[in-house]
Design a protein around this ligand. Structure first.
Ligand SMILES: Cc1cc2nc3c(=O)[nH]c(=O)nc-3n(C[C@H](O)[C@H](O)[C@H](O)COP(=O)(O)OP(=O)(O)OC[C@H]3O[C@@H](n4cnc5c(N)ncnc54)[C@H](O)[C@@H]3O)c2cc1C
Ligand SMILES: *[C@@H]1O[C@H](CO)[C@@H](O)[C@H](O)[C@H]1NC(C)=O
Ligand SMILES: *[C@@H]1O[C@H](CO)[C@@H](O)[C@H](O)[C@H]1NC(C)=O
Ligand SMILES: *[C@@H]1O[C@H](CO)[C@@H](O)[C@H](O)[C@H]1NC(C)=O
Ligand SMILES: *[C@@H]1O[C@H](CO)[C@@H](O)[C@H](O)[C@H]1NC(C)=O
Ligand SMILES: *[C@@H]1O[C@H](CO)[C@@H](O)[C@H](O)[C@H]1NC(C)=O
Ligand SMILES: *[C@@H]1O[C@H](CO)[C@@H](O)[C@H](O)[C@H]1NC(C)=O
Length: 506
């Protein structure tokens, strides 16, 4: 009898350890029925008219993915119920914030459940005006239209429709980053639902390691954020300008942009900019575009001195305005309804020559893409986003974030590829061309000791090894934090579709 008990005990232990590593998952259809029973009225099946609304994503590649159902929690308690159910079944799922990731399956899932945060869109300003609590389903335009009338702003996303969640969890480059750092550096507190369904807060004084990890470590490794408490500040209208030049001027303009990154932006932290090369037949082919911002306009809306060298070069089109945050944001809205991919790598900003020498590599990429598209619509972007030292300095606030970028390493430029196209048949040709160009950018930079190894997660391609770029120590720390909040690695295994600390298994 005793022996039989022991045998059963041993088998039970075996079964448990097997469960921990490779349990069979329950399929999405069953999970949806269980969720519908547990959370009545919050689950949407494909036969409902709301389904198409929930299955609207910025990139058509994400929209082509169809989950078995959406579950849209209305409270943190609902999120906890949904997560607990999904991790205990267990059943694969993903989470949709603003749905702006370019690649398929980043925040939508085939054969599984998509948790759609859209109901959780509250925006609450604290009495002292120093903190704004924002729900994970809010878009940045919701935040700015709420704050503009109050003369307040937060360090937030630039495009109006992008989600507060994904952008903030990956870092977040803002109009106001020159003064305050990334969006994640200005989160005072997160409310998070962990894999177990337990709700915790993370701040510099509560769960400080999780607080650090959520600043760049992305949500899908740690938990579902149900509230972001963002630091707010007094803000009126901003100055902004957009200049468009012929591409032939690239060798004149790039050194001005590089000097701006190294010298101009640190000298005027209120200033913010990025630099775009693209190919638009209606504008004569290759063009260069720069968008420029200053948090406080100068008297008479004068061009800020840092931007004057660029304004001295004759442009095809020059536009300037002084406007509130929501209007400024709407001015750079990027439409829905196309196919997209984004890739990036960071290089040192020390050399204008490196940036100039990347242009022919970009031109070859454009020729490959035009050949593949064979007359169907395609727009290839080659974008430089500066991370000047003042931004790197501001990123060290609150114990620093997880990105592994430090002022002592000097300013850098995120070299970003974005392609927008029409024909699904060329998806893999577009990805291959981007992968090739990113490899060439890294190789040329490395040959001059200017490769920085950093990949910005919010602009990363699906196959890019984002977390290795944070440095070995930060990656190890992120894994330790994940192990603490999710000892069984349930999120690594069940939350499909984004960058994982463990090798990508999806
Ligand atoms: C037009 C456009 C403009 C952009 N502008 C900027 C910019 O100015 N600055 C910048 O830094 N980036 C910018 N980005 C990049 C942007 O930060 C990323 O695409 C970001 O992931 C979008 O967030 P989302 O919530 O809309 O995306 P989603 O695709 O919904 O989510 C991205 C990831 O976050 C996870 N997630 C979503 N909600 C939660 C949650 N509540 N808790 C935990 N995890 C969650 C998702 O599962 C997914 O893994 C822009 C992107 C686009 C398409
Ligand atoms: C929609 O589909 C779900 C799941 O299959 C089912 O339970 C529900 O009854 C359907 N509703 C309608 C109106 O057909
Ligand atoms: C923001 O600017 C727009 C355009 O000028 C205007 O319509 C809107 O009322 C402004 N919002 C606030 C709160 O001032
Ligand atoms: C938030 O902004 C989106 C646009 O991206 C809009 O569709 C939605 O209605 C807004 N939500 C609220 C509550 O105003
Ligand atoms: C970049 O500038 C060089 C030198 O003016 C020119 O030959 C080349 O065509 C330009 N490239 C693009 C993409 O505009
Ligand atoms: C470089 O930037 C500094 C600071 O803005 C400016 O004083 C200087 O004139 C710039 N040099 C060039 C060549 O544009
Ligand atoms: C390119 O498009 C043309 C006309 O639109 C078509 O005749 C041709 O077959 C296409 N070529 C390829 C390689 O698809």
């Amino acid at each position: 009898m005793q022996q039989v008990k022991m045998l059963w005990g041993a088998l039970w232990v075996l079964a448990l350890s097997w469960t921990g590593s490779c349990t069979k998952t329950v399929d999405g259809a069953h999970a949806c029925n269980a969720l519908a029973a547990a959370l009545p009225g919050l689950v949407t099946f494909p036969n409902s008219s709301l389904f198409a609304t929930e299955n609207t994503y910025w990139s058509l590649r994400q929209e082509a993915v169809t989950p078995d159902c959406f579950v849209a929690p209305k409270t943190t308690g609902d999120v906890a119920k949904a997560v607990k159910l999904l991790t205990s079944l267990p059943s694969p799922f993903t989470v949709k914030g603003g749905g702006h990731t370019a690649f398929a399956g980043a925040s939508n899932i085939e054969n599984g459940v998509t948790i759609d945060m859209f109901h959780l869109n509250q925006i609450t300003v604290a009495v002292d005006r120093k903190t704004v609590s924002v729900g994970p389903g809010a878009r940045w335009i919701n935040v700015s239209t709420a704050l503009d009338p109050l003369g307040l702003a937060v360090v937030g996303g630039r495009d109006p429709n992008v989600g507060v969640s994904g952008l903030t969890l990956g870092g977040g480059i803002s109009f106001f980053s020159g003064i305050h750092g990334l969006v994640c550096d200005n989160v005072r507190r997160y409310e998070v639902v962990l894999a177990s369904g337990k709700m915790v807060e993370a701040s510099p004084t509560a769960n400080a390691n999780l607080y650090w990890a959520l600043r760049g470590g992305t949500g899908s490794n740690f938990g579902i954020v149900t509230r972001f408490d963002l630091a707010s500040f007094e803000q009126g209208d901003l100055w902004s300008a957009e200049l468009i030049y012929p591409g032939a001027l690239n060798a004149t303009l790039i050194p001005l942009f590089q000097n701006l990154t190294v010298n101009g932006l640190p000298a005027d932290p209120q200033a913010h900019t990025y630099f775009v090369q693209t190919y638009i037949p209606a504008l004569g082919g290759y063009i260069v575009l720069t968008d420029q911002y200053r948090a406080t306009p100068l008297p008479g809306a004068a061009v800020p001195p840092v931007f004057q060298p660029l304004h001295a070069v004759p442009a095809l089109i020059t536009q300037q305005k002084v406007a509130n945050v929501s209007t400024t944001s709407r001015g750079i809205e990027e439409a829905y309804g196309e196919r997209h991919t984004w890739w990036n790598t960071a290089v040192s900003a020390a050399s204008a020559q490196l940036l100039v020498d990347l242009v022919p590599l970009y031109e070859a990429h454009v020729q490959r893409l035009l050949a593949a598209a064979n007359g169907t619509a395609i727009t290839p972007f080659f974008i430089f986003q500066p991370l000047p030292v003042n931004v790197l300095r501001a990123m060290q606030a609150n114990g620093g974030n997880a990105l592994g970028l430090y002022p002592a390493d000097g300013p850098l430029v995120i070299v970003q590829l974005a392609v927008t196209w029409e024909n699904a048949a060329i998806d893999s040709a577009v990805e291959a061309s981007c992968q090739k160009l990113i490899g060439q950018v890294k190789a040329l930079a490395a040959s001059r000791k200017l490769d920085r190894g950093f990949i910005y997660v919010n602009y990363a391609g699906k196959s890019q090894d984002v977390f290795r770029g944070y440095g070995a120590a930060n990656l190890a720390r992120l894994k330790r934090v994940a192990k603490t909040v999710d000892p069984q690695g349930l999120l690594q295994r069940l939350w499909k579709g984004y960058f994982k600390l463990d090798s990508p298994s999806w």
